[in-house]
Design a protein around this ligand. Structure first.
Ligand SMILES: [Zn+2]
Length: 67
């Protein structure tokens, strides 16, 4: 982890890990994903935490008319 052995600097620094998680889950689920860091060791939290959002492809009205 990027924050390993860092003191409390009051900032989120695990951006690489966040994007790595999003890309790995994108490949596994074959769905576009976005990861956001919500807890950080170097930000007074006991561990680093990430939230991952998946984007769902929505059909447009025009696409339904073709069916
Ligand atoms: Zn971290």
């Amino acid at each position: 982890m990027t924050c390993w052995s860092l003191p409390n600097i009051g900032q989120f620094v695990c951006h690489f890990e966040s994007s790595l998680i999003a890309v790995a889950l994108e490949k596994i689920r074959q769905q576009h994903a976005k990861s956001t860091q919500t807890k950080e060791v170097s930000h007074c939290d006991p561990y680093c935490q990430f939230e991952v959002f998946f984007f769902i492809k929505v059909k447009r009205v025009r696409d339904y008319e073709k069916d």
